[in-house]
Ligand binder design. Sequence first.
Ligand SMILES: *Cc1c(COP(=O)(O)O)cnc(C)c1O
Length: 389
Amino acid sequence: MQEHFDTKAIRDQTPRSVHREHSVPVYLTSSFVFKDAEHARALFAEEVEGQIYSRYSNPNSDELISKLAAMEGCETGVATATGMAAMFASLAGVLSSGDHVVASRAVFGSTHQILTQILSRWGIEHTYADPGDPAAWERAMRPNTRMLFAETPSNPGLAIVDLEHLGRLARANRTLLNVDNCFATPYLQNPAEFGADLVTHSATKFIDGQGRVLGGAVLGSREAIERVRFFCRHTGPAISPFNAWLLSKSLETLSVRMDRHCAHALALARHLQGHSKLNTVNYPFLDTHPQAELAKRQMRQGGGIVTFEIAGGFEAGKRFLDGLQMISLSSNLGDTRTIATHPASTTHSKLSEDERQAVNIPPGLVRLSVGLEALDDIIADVDHALKSV
Ligand SMILES: *Cc1c(COP(=O)(O)O)cnc(C)c1O
């Protein structure tokens, strides 16, 4: 039976115990018991399937991965304790000294730190390419390029990278394509369809969707995941069974939540367009987004994040945050609750003005993770705060 997206998200394949529980229990156990010495030997030799130790795998992390892989159109994957553990495993697990990575200039801050401060010490070099300039990716290729790394839409600039182009470029050059699919979630975009070998997620955001736990995942073909799995098994970024259980439950409502996040975000973006206190309003599916056409080619909807540039600059951005009455001030995103962030004074304060400009973060930029409260209340709070800037 060819199951549809929601069925894959809801109908797990985890066997039930003698109690025949409807909802899968949490397997809070560090290890599993072997039937006898021969069973232990066969498990370690990977001749039979089964659980050994929760650093390797656990029924809850297996369930999370089997659902996520099915939803992404990938064969398998590895679940990790955080999104960054997934990013790191997808890089350090497969790259070797002497390898080169071409990465989008607009990658998540900690991914940038891994590339510039950690992998560089191990002889793994990188070149940044402008996310929206296909020719720049081609120019950046070297004979030792082993991986293309893209994040689309990017956080917080909402830059879109052409996945079809990168898939072709990766195949032609026999390099791996690794895509951070955090903003889109498997519901809105499936990089594997465009040839991505590795699809990485911070499950902390929309996959949990309720601001409760951290988690991450790397998905891909069996071949691509083998080294990532080896890396995780021996370096230990395992997700806790409880978090994996919670995230698997969250997947059951992913499409319902994302439909609402996207509808609210698009409505808010349209409402704000042309506001006298704003220079720009950015949303991937807004006709004024410079890459709207590309976004519509590779995404089903525009996602839950809207950004806008307050004309008054840095101080006005901070005044906007202080003028909010309901919306939370936090650095997280992808929550039921609407969250406002001012990147220039917080998440991206360590970058120079020029570096921020290069990744589309002007001083007055505000990132809104549009939540599931009543749309009228979200709009009213934003409108009210804009009066005080
Ligand atoms: C938050 C985020 C991450 C890191 O995820 P954590 O779960 O916080 O480790 C990576 N990539 C993107 C695009 C993110 O938004």
